[in-house]
Design a protein around this ligand. Structure first.
Ligand code: NAD
Length: 367
């Protein structure tokens, strides 16, 4: 599913049709006049466990656009958790509004009550436009929220754990592509010096890789450079065409597209950004044709959700990192499956996730 800005009639009939297309279980539309809350919560699949996925606050141009986004994102969470071996289903929420100007305590407490009304079938967390402050307000009304501050018994910022997972997935990809996971002689282009990119650069520099980094914000670059002097800063429009071994998208989605593909000189793509392939099927196959190994985004960026899952059990950072390390082995399995079945890696990953869900359902082990 791809985000579309095209207006679609969001009648109840159309919504159910969209849900049927990808097997969504439940969609809750939330409206509260007193706080101005307009939100949609989508539960894609709860076979493996409660649907866990963040809440995104975004000024969607239309209700139809918000619906498309929440359906697509919730489905992605089902696949991510299934492949990471978590006992969690896939869900997501969107709030229609401007995250810079439209937030109030009352709005998020009201949202918390909607989450609570689902009785634990949906657990929320942070996503684009949200911060710990909102999580704390949501927690006042429901226990079904993760990503709380460490001082409240939460797991804090998941980004360092996400970065560690990307690093593990990248090493697995290097092993498959070059026969060794030693990154010492590798040149890596990291796009995005944000929370994940910053930590990822740390792992790569420590391993002795040559790292190129870009961001649209100079202060982000300066912060990384201050900590890791060896990093090479390049301009945003230079990163795609760099002559490197590994391209690591850690900023936006859809950076593998018709325009960028001909410019890529790398042999591995492994990064944290969600939905890196503008068109999963078309660009997933195009990477294969170019001889580029793609480490599926939802496989290698699962460290954050693994971290959140540990918050539910009683947070243990070492255990979360240890489980995140499994991304290395899972990635290897996916690469082998892709080679043996002659299918792109994104498809091998999708099939592995679907297989796990199907086998639990067939065994009567659904949540
Ligand atoms: P972030 O907002 O902290 O960092 C993103 C960085 O990308 C920002 O510094 C921004 O300035 C930069 N950027 C934006 N557009 C750019 C462009 N065109 N060229 C270069 N840089 C650009 O976000 P983050 O938490 O580091 O997450 C990075 C990506 O990983 C996002 O796509 C996010 O959805 C995904 N992800 C993050 C986590 C997590 O735990 N934080 C988990 C899973 C997936």
């Amino acid at each position: 599913m791809s985000l579309t800005t095209a207006e679609k009639p969001a009648t109840s009939g159309a919504v159910i049709e969209r849900m049927k297309e990808h097997g969504h279980e439940e969609v809750l539309f939330c409206n509260d006049a007193a706080t101005g809350l307009r939100s949609i919560i989508a539960l894609h699949d709860t076979t493996l466990g409660p649907a866990l996925g963040g809440t995104r606050m975004w000024p969607y141009a239309s209700e139809a656009e918000a619906l498309e986004d929440v359906l697509r994102l919730s489905r992605g969470m089902t696949y991510k958790s299934a492949l990471a071996g978590l006992d969690l289903g896939g869900g997501k929420a969107v709030i229609i509004g401007d995250a810079r100007t439209g937030k109030t305590e009352a709005m998020f407490r009201r949202f918390g009550r909607f989450v609570e009304s689902l009785n634990g079938r949906y657990i929320t967390a942070e996503d684009v436009g949200m911060s710990v402050t909102e999580m704390v307000n949501i927690r006042k009304e429901t226990q079904y929220v993760v990503g709380l501050p460490v001082s409240m018994g939460g797991s804090g910022d998941p980004s360092p754990v996400t970065a560690y997972g990307v690093y593990c997935g990248m090493k697995a990809a290097a092993k498959f592509a070059y026969g060794t996971d030693d990154l010492r002689k590798r040149k890596v282009a990291v796009q995005g010096a944000g929370n994940v990119g910053h930590h990822l650069v740390g792992y790569l520099i420590k391993d002795g890789a040559t790292v190129f980094l870009t961001d649209i914000h100079d202060d982000k670059l300066a912060a990384v450079k201050k900590e890791h002097a060896a990093v090479n800063i390049v301009k945003p429009d230079e990163i795609i065409g760099l002559d490197v071994d590994i391209y690591s998208p850690c900023a936006l989605g859809a950076t593998i597209n018709d325009q960028t593909l001909p410019q890529l000189k790398c042999s591995v793509v492994a990064g944290s950004a969600n939905n890196q392939l503008a068109d999963e099927e078309k660009h997933g196959r195009a990477l294969v044709d170019k001889g580029i190994l793609y480490a599926p985004d939802f496989l290698v960026n699962a460290g954050g959700i693994i971290n959140c899952a540990w918050e539910r059990r009683g947070y243990n950072r070492d255990a979360a990192l240890a489980q995140t390390e499994d991304i290395y082995r899972t990635a290897q399995d996916i690469f082998v499956r892709s080679r043996e079945e002659r299918i792109p890696t994104y498809l091998a990953a999708n099939q592995a996730a679907e297989q796990r869900i199907r086998s639990m359902r067939q065994a009567g082990l659904s949540f």
